[in-house]
Design a protein around this ligand. Sequence first.
Ligand SMILES: [Zn+2]
Length: 158
Amino acid sequence: MSKASEIVRVTGIPFTAAYAWSVGIPMEKFIQALAKKKLLASKCPGCGYTYTPPRNRCGKCSARIEDKDMVELSGKGTLLSYTAAHVELDGAGNWKDLAGPKLIGAIQLEGADSTVFMPLDKVEEKALKAGMKVEVVWNDTTKGELADLKAFKPVKGN
Ligand SMILES: [Zn+2]
């Protein structure tokens, strides 16, 4: 004889999830170097592709990238493209209007093959053009966190 199954719902169980999350050794070194206002990249020993932020495995040829393959970048690069954002998320999933446009650039740093996407500072949208040279803008005080890297701005003489 079979017994009818029933659905048991349990609610209100206290739940604590302790966890530790690592960004990985290459990213950790990248973040630590920001405190010294240095930008690091990793150059693949297999194919030479250079990643920033650095990584430990090449996405092009799958070679292992070691600490010895880290290189320091100049902090200068080329603006490949840009956009102007007029809204942003408020942290609760809602869009809110910005007081003014926030400019965001796709930048290829000198010595790197990968592209970073960063805010553009100290420039008007109409003054931007693809191909112009840009350089990093550091926060006045750096602490070894991603926020140390404030933005990029056009290099004088573009
Ligand atoms: Zn490679």
